[in-house]
Write a protein that binds this ligand. Sequence first.
Ligand SMILES: Nc1nc2c(ncn2[C@@H]2O[C@H](COP(=O)(O)OP(=O)(O)OP(=O)(O)O)[C@@H](O)[C@H]2O)c(=O)[nH]1
Ligand SMILES: [Mg+2]
Length: 453
Amino acid sequence: MRWSKPATPTTPETWPPHPPPGETELERAVRLEEEKEAKRRSDAIDRELELERLEQRKHRYATRVLLLGQAESGKSTMLKNFQLHFAPEAFHAESEAWRAVIHLNLIRSVNFILDLLPGGPSYLYEDGGSRHSRQVSNDTLDDGLLRHFRMRLSPLRQVELILVQRLSADDPSRAAANVEEAMPWYYGRASEVSIRGGSGWKALLHRKWNSPQTGARPDELDKARQILHACREDIAELWRNPEVQNRLEAEGVVLREQSGFFLDEALRVAAADYVPTPYDILRARLQTIGVEQHIISVERFGEPSHRWMFYDVGGAKGQRATWVPFFDDVDAILFLCPMSAFNEVLLEDRRVNRLLDSFNLWKTICMSRLLKGTTFILLLNKSDILKSKLESGVSFVRYVKSYRDGPNEFEAVCEYLKRKFVAMCKHNSARERQLHVHITCATVRARPSVCLM
Ligand SMILES: Nc1nc2c(ncn2[C@@H]2O[C@H](COP(=O)(O)OP(=O)(O)OP(=O)(O)O)[C@@H](O)[C@H]2O)c(=O)[nH]1
Ligand SMILES: [Mg+2]
């Protein structure tokens, strides 16, 4: 609605109308008051429309994408990769914060090994309320050497505590849980590092890390780094030790295949001047708890041209209820299936095969009525691990019976999985939908084959 000046001669559309003939003083005063009020309302509506227009312009280019998939499918890693490609400055600005996560990943691997060795807590097992030593046939680790490692590496427990406390600084209850909730030895892996979504941990770490040193009280994080640096030779020695390797093998633990594995690069990662490379950051493991929002502004010719809003969720079974409120508010779903997980079970439910869990999740997502018009992008991820597993002789058909007599080769298995997911989507979607499928490796620094533009 627009306010226009009185036009002459008067027409029925003219606003405000000309004064009626023979208008009294009082009638004139009332009329002017009414006209003022009408203008005030008109201006208010105009303002509202303008604000709405500005808001729409602001979000005109915001495409909202929900990342879904089971835990460790690579959702957060893929997001980091997008950030590295489309917003590299923001990515590099966060590398200090990722250093703490990488250090924690390394320390947890070391503590996991120490716990697995004779005398460690995981060396005992519970039976009818009492604890017994487990008998492992090839325990040849020299007592003296074992004591040496335990003593030399014991300060790492303190480093772990400092890092976890810092990472969970806004939620101390989680800090305690994070350290105490070590996984039982039979899970055969180092415990997870997790931070609640939206806790702003990166900013927190960055700020404290860069705080000016106040002479007498050095920043705790610096202290943690010094301790880690001092332990680095012993960490490398522990990892190289053939008897330690024998023990891991006897337990069937392949640490190299686990998320957040940095033991091969212990000397570099624990060095005092260590700065994480993009590849390190992509390999760091930080479990997502809850839902995290990330905005990526893609730049073209130095100007922001498109904004992407990503919702990154926790994929573990207990986290999945948090997904649904986002279903009716997104433009696309990015679903990740880790192809290499065909011979693994869920960490949170050891009875469930991980590939089967991905199939079931995919089916449920396709069937959702709230998502019937949503575009799906399916990423068959961890192609590098799938390839090396198949090449090392792990049989795909042993775990996926319906593969029948298909060859145990990378291309054939990818093609089979692709066909299977596409068919499931067709069968379970209420109406035809756009589906794009890509074979990916989220840790490779390259333009992701999923094109955002
Ligand atoms: N080798 C390899 N590792 C990958 C790939 N994608 C992800 N990873 C690693 O797998 C681990 C788990 O990845 P995340 O991105 O944290 O998994 P997520 O789906 O976000 O897991 P939650 O947050 O628990 O739901 C990380 O250590 C990644 O570096 C891949 O394609 N290849
Ligand atoms: Mg995650």
